[in-house]
Design a protein around this ligand. Sequence first.
Ligand SMILES: *Cc1c(COP(=O)(O)O)cnc(C)c1O
Length: 421
Amino acid sequence: MDHFLYRDGALYAEDVPVAEIAAAVGSPCYIYSTATLLRHFRLFDEALEGTEHLVCYAMKAASNQAILKTLADAGAGMDVVSQGEYLRAKAAGVPGDKIVFSGVGKTEEEIRTALSGGIRQFNVESEPEMVEINRVAQELGKTAPITIRVNPDVDAKTHAKIATGKSENKFGIPISRAKEVYALAASLPALDVVGIDCHIGSQLTELEPFALAYQKVAELTESLRAEGHNIRRLDLGGGLGIPYTRSNDAPPLPVEYGQLIKDTLGHLGCEIEIEPGRLIAGNAGIMLSKVIYVKSGEDRDFLIIDGAMNDLIRPAMYEAHHDIVPVVEATPGVEPRPYDIVGPVCESGDTFAKGRNMPPLDAGDLIAFRSAGAYGAVMASEYNSRPLIPEVLVNGDQFAVIRKRPSFDEMINRDTMPEWL
Ligand SMILES: *Cc1c(COP(=O)(O)O)cnc(C)c1O
């Protein structure tokens, strides 16, 4: 559930009519709900109650400072995948000991920044990376806490571009080689091996792949302990899916996911970390857009809107579905009609939906893309020299711009001219 609902025929974000936001900041824009963000974070936190745990928000899903601070103030840790994300988390006030550093290609500079600023753990993805972290830690006279990301070779049954837990994926080390790699880690003097990490993919809509992976993690914990490794922390990654439509079967709930974690791993007495991103931010955000033209085609009508693939790339990149709703609620009894909903960018890929049933719409009408809070604004670009669209955070009856739309001059002046021109 989220906090984008109709009241008296108008779409609201919490207690603010979204049309009021559009009037203030223009369209297109992203709008997030504080109440939804917090609700989703707490669902995970409560699902692990009774177990020592930390919910580390995977901030690559939506990394605006205001979103990070909202979650951090509620107690969230952060999962970061780059130096930029690490520095964003620190800037939002997250202490280093609540930040885990994931990602397959951490550079020397990234490792140095995190070790100097404080880090809960690095999730190591390869032997060369492990050797490099040890080297940098030694140089700084520090000890680096690490887990090793194991690839359990399970099929996450999700879109190929966001599956990460099969042996053919670039992530982690094969679980079959874990013993050998843990032995190497134990031999490196500046590493403190604290646990095991595992993340099998994103937008998982069933619990079974998690169950298979976590059983393998449980077995590995026992066999590594038998070898003398002090495995005391399990990072289980993120990936729990969200409902992108109201008609589909809903994915499992955080409470069911939490129960699965307790059932498969609870007996080990480890501290549990999870890294949800999409489920916290996805349905906490919408992208608002306006119809520029209604164009009648030979066999279909097009809604040409002011939002485009550069603002929300998920449909073009992952064939993702977003529910699209009118900001003025459809009048009961008025027949919906099918539209192709497209942006103005010069690519056929700039198509959000084909044959989508909507109430009859006119130029100037506002529409909202639901479930756009995760992997929306963060994946936006300025393709076609369309400035990045603003982000707005709603909290009850208040709203604030949390990233403003750059002016055209700001966008152009980011380029610099070589002296010979
Ligand atoms: C992307 C990612 C996540 C978050 O995945 P969601 O599907 O957004 O929950 C967590 N951990 C790692 C290592 C990731 O790469």
